[in-house]
Design a protein around this ligand. Structure first.
Ligand SMILES: [Zn+2]
Length: 106
């Protein structure tokens, strides 16, 4: 067999390997991902998450600052409001004069 034919055969084999190997690797990766998706642990975690969603619906929800008065940041501003002695208008505590009747606040 001449040297040129051997080299040509090697090149054809290398070309086939380059074409086929990525396909096989991809199919192997795909099968592996499917096997991991159908794993028993994944099913257990999914079932546990579903049962937790059903049983504890809304229990671990973050506090709603708009409806819960104690958690509202506006409740803190209520403490810093001073009522005008003359007209009863609420004013900011650091205000010197009433915003309604301009009476000097304490
Ligand atoms: Zn006033």
């Amino acid at each position: 067999m001449p040297l040129g034919q051997v080299e040509l055969a090697l090149r054809v084999i290398a070309g086939l390997f380059v074409i086929v190997a990525p396909t096989l690797l991809f199919l192997g990766l795909w099968r592996g991902l499917e096997a991991m998706r159908d794993d028993e642990l994944i099913e257990q975690v999914t079932q546990r998450a579903e049962t937790m969603d059903r049983s504890g619906a809304g229990r671990d929800r973050p506090v709603d600052v708009l409806t819960d008065g104690s958690a509202s940041p506006l409740s803190e501003t209520d403490l810093s409001i001073v009522t005008c002695g003359a007209c009863g208008t609420p004013n900011m505590q650091d205000a010197s004069y009433c915003q309604e009747c301009l009476t000097e606040l304490e």
